[in-house]
Design a protein around this ligand. Sequence first.
Ligand SMILES: CCCC/C=C/CC(=O)SCCNC(=O)CCNC(=O)[C@H](O)C(C)(C)COP(=O)(O)OP(=O)(O)OC[C@H]1O[C@@H](n2cnc3c(N)ncnc32)[C@H](O)[C@@H]1OP(=O)(O)O
Length: 370
Amino acid sequence: MQALSLHMSKTAMGASQKDFESAMNQVKLLKKDPGNEVKLKLYALYKQTTEGPCNTPRPGVFDLINKAKWDAWNALGNLPKETARQNYVDLVSDLSSSDSSSQVKPEADRKQPGYETLVVTSEDSITKIMMNRPAKKNALTIQMYREIMLALEAASKDDSTIIVLTGNGDYYSSGNDLMNFMNIPPGEMEKEAKNGAILLRDFVGCFIDFPKPLVAVINGPAIGISVTILGLFDLVYASDRATFHTPFTHLGQSPEGCSSYTFPKIMGQAKAAEMLMFGKKLTAREACAQGLVTEVFPDSTFQKEVWTRLKAYSKLPRNTLHISKQSIRNLEKEKLHAVNAEENSVLQERWLSDECINAVMSFLSRKAKL
Ligand SMILES: CCCC/C=C/CC(=O)SCCNC(=O)CCNC(=O)[C@H](O)C(C)(C)COP(=O)(O)OP(=O)(O)OC[C@H]1O[C@@H](n2cnc3c(N)ncnc32)[C@H](O)[C@@H]1OP(=O)(O)O
């Protein structure tokens, strides 16, 4: 009733029959269901406008819907037809404006500014960080590592419940951009290897310390560091088109992302060795069977099924979810940071080795031939 009296006072001049008819058409165009209470109000005002006060017998006790409608109409008593018409028009006008403001904005409008290699969006209490170099299979440049760290830092403080990392295009990510190793002046190799190790330590450290539920949505093949850090995520959903490949030995490099600790724990020593030492590439279903992936979805329905699931999860009590994540992670944090430091110090050495330099040169010369 309070809402109705508010509407009554809003327009000084009365609504015309034409306004009323146009409001009736507007109701049919509403995208959002206004709910039963408002629908009953609209019904009652419509009846009062077109027929005057309710004077039909009250429907029987089991005719629940018609009884509710009758009650709503009857509650308007002797409200004059003109006032009912005005109230109907005002109510529809309010519903139409809230309906249009609640419509989903296109992704371009929701995109957070300031990132060149990522698209970061927030919706439905989910912050999505999407790696956005599809032409280069989302290979991770130095700038991209830094932007992912910045996006995670911002997401840890925003009001989102869940954070998602995913890739744009046909790949999730092809791992470290091998061009990161290029154009290093001869005398600067050791310094650059040290800087690389510091960057990697900080990057992996962000995933170790991240306080909210972190979900990887693996839209396609994943290579190298984009695979190893999966052991630090809470959920890993994969398209059945995805593969998981850590060809470190072929590249003269050693495992990172805490995988030397998390992979044996997740899949057992023997399976971890096959991946991390011998570079065995796993299909999504194999990775799921070995516990690295939470669930695999057919590629044709992947996005729809995963986002429906995540939207439902994002409605869970936020603080409880975050506290649970932190209790699980806190048990291991110290160990994970120690593993991260050890892996990076080994890698720093590997990057200076002939085996690594030759592997990178061979990738780059293959590129030159193409
Ligand atoms: C500082 C922190 C260091 C952390 C260390 C992490 C270790 C790792 O992550 S190791 C993993 C390194 N990644 C690789 O070895 C993958 C190399 N790329 C490939 O083998 C192939 O490109 C591919 C299998 C991913 C795709 O092959 P496909 O034939 O389908 O496409 P391409 O024509 O090769 O690729 C398109 C385009 O993208 C460039 N590209 C793809 N991945 C990388 C990469 N990782 N680094 C640099 N560039 C990459 C590729 O060269 C093509 O570029 P052009 O179009 O300019 O030729």
